[in-house]
Design a protein around this ligand. Structure first.
Ligand code: KG4
Ligand code: ZN
Length: 336
C-alpha cells in the first residue's frame, strides 16, 4: 500500500510516497528557510503564502508515475495558515482519487519517523522530541497511544538554539550554526546553569539558560569576538543537552523501558547523538535516531505515521479541520 504524505505545518512544504510505512519511494522537501532568514524566524503569513505557491509542484514531483492508495496529512500542531494549505490539498487529492484521507499529528510523526527506515523499535518505548516548536518526552505505548510525561516550561530546545544564535550574530536557523562553531569551542569553558537537572519530573526549561548566555556575553563584552563566541556556543549547547540526555535516560529507566527514539530537528545534532549514545549504552538502552533528513520536517514521516493510523482504522471525512495546538496523544479524527 502506497501512502502519499503531505506536510505543511511550518516552513517546509513537503510531500512523500512511502510503501507499507517502511520504504520511501519519493521524498520532496521545499524549504522556505531563505525567505524567513532576514526575520530571524518563521513569519506565519509569509509561510502560508509560500506553501500556496509550492504545494502543487511539490506534490507533483512526489507522485510522478505513482498512484497513491491513501493520502495522509499533518493536521497539527503548527501554523494555522500553513496547515490549511496542506489539508486542503490532501482533501482535493483524496477526493479526486477516491482514496482514504488520514489525519496525522506532526509530533507523533516525528516520533514514528524511524519506521521509514525500518528502524522503529517495538512498542513501548520512550520518545524524545526536540524541535523548533516542541521539546517533550513521551511514553509511546503504541502508534496511537502516546502520553506526554514531560515538556518544556518555556522555550523549545530548537527555539533556544535559534535565539542564542541570533543574539550571537551567527544567523538562522541557529541549530546547525551553533553546532558548527561549537566544534572549535570548549564546552567546559563557561559553567552555564543546568536548569531543572535535579527536578524529579521530566520537564525542561531553556529560557533561563538563554538569558544567562546573553548576560555573560554582555557583561564580558564578547559580542563580535569570534574566538570567545565559540566557547560560549559550545558551553551553551552542553548545558542544554546534558539536561535533555539525563532526563531522557532517567525516564527510560524509571518506566522500565529499553528503547529510546529521538526525533525533531535538534536530533540532527551530533553532540546530542553522541551524548545520548554514550549514556544509553552505559544504561543498557537502545537509542534510535532517524537519519537527519527524516529528523527535520518532512512528509515521509507523515506517510509512515498515516499508514500506521490506516491499519488501526483511522479515517477523516472531507470536513477535516486543522488543529494548531494539537497535543501528543490527542486523537481527534474519527475511527471507522
Ligand atoms: O523539526 P524541525 O525541522 O521543525 C519544527 O517542527 O520545529 O526543527 C527545526 C529546529 C530549528 O530550531 C533548528 O535550529 C533545529 O531544529 N536544528 C538543530 C540542528 N538542525 C536543526 N539544532 C541543533 N543542532 C542541529 N544540527
Ligand atoms: Zn517538526
Amino acid at each position: 500500500m502506497i501512502v502519499l504524505g503531505i506536510e505543511t505545518s511550518c516552513d517546509e512544504c513537503a510531500a512523500s510516497c512511502v510503501k507499507d510505512g517502511r520504504a520511501i519511494i519519493s521524498n520532496v522537501v521545499s524549504s522556505q528557510v531563505e525567505l524567513h532568514k532576514k526575520y530571524g524566524g518563521v513569519v506565519p503569513e509569509i509561510a502560508a503564502r509560500a506553501h500556496v505557491e509550492a504545494i502543487i509542484p511539490v506534490v507533483d514531483s512526489a507522485i510522478t508515475g505513482i498512484k497513491p492508495d491513501a493520502v495522509a496529512v499533518t493536521v497539527g500542531p503548527g501554523l494555522v495558515g500553513s496547515l490549511l494549505v496542506g489539508v486542503s490539498a490532501a482533501k482535493a487529492l483524496a477526493w479526486g482519487w477516491g482514496v482514504p484521507l488520514i489525519p496525522v499529528n506532526h509530533i507523533e510523526a516525528h516520533i514514528l519517523a524511524p519506521a521509514c527506515e525500518g528502524n522503529l523499535p517495538p512498542f513501548p518505548f520512550i520518545a524524545l522530541v526536540v524541535s523548533g516548536g516542541h521539546t517533550l518526552l513521551a511514553l509511546v505505548r503504541d502508534s496511537d497511544q502516546m502520553e506526554i510525561i514531560g515538556s518544556t516550561c518555556d522555550d523549545a530546545l530548537g527555539e533556544a538554539y535559534d535565539k542564542v544564535a541570533k543574539f550571537l550574530g551567527l544567523g538562522y536557523p541557529g541549530g546547525p550554526v551553533i553546532e558548527k562553531v561549537s566544534e572549535e569551542g570548549d564546552a567546559n569553558a563557561i559553567p552555564f546553569p543546568r536548569a531543572m537537572m535535579k527536578s524529579p519530573d521530566y520537564n525542561f526549561s531553556f529560557s533561563g539558560l538563554k538569558t544567562a548566555v546573553i548576560r555573560f556575553v554582555e557583561k564580558n563584552g564578547l559580542l563580535g569576538n569570534r574566538e570567545a563566541v565559540k566557547d560560549v556556543a559550545a558551553s551553551f549547547q552542553m548545558a542544554a543537552l546534558e539536561v535533555v540526555v539525563s532526563k531522557t535516560v532517567r525516564a527510560a529507566m524509571e518506566f522500565r523501558l529499553n528503547s529510546v527514539v529521538v526525533g525533531g530537528g535538534v536530533a540532527c545534532n551530533r553532540t546530542l547523538r553522541s551524548l545520548l549514545l554514550k549514556d544509553c549504552e552505559r544504561a543498557g538502552l537502545r537509542v534510535v535516531f532517524a537519519s537527519p533528513m527524516l529528523c527535520t520536517d518532512n512528509a515521509a514521516m507523515v506517510a509512515a505515521a498515516g499508514y500506521m493510523r490506516f491499519l488501526k482504522g483511522y479515517r477523516a471525512g472531507f470536513d477535516l479541520d486543522v488543529y494548531p495546538s494539537l497535543k501528543v496523544g490527542e486523537n481527534r479524527e474519527r475511527e471507522v
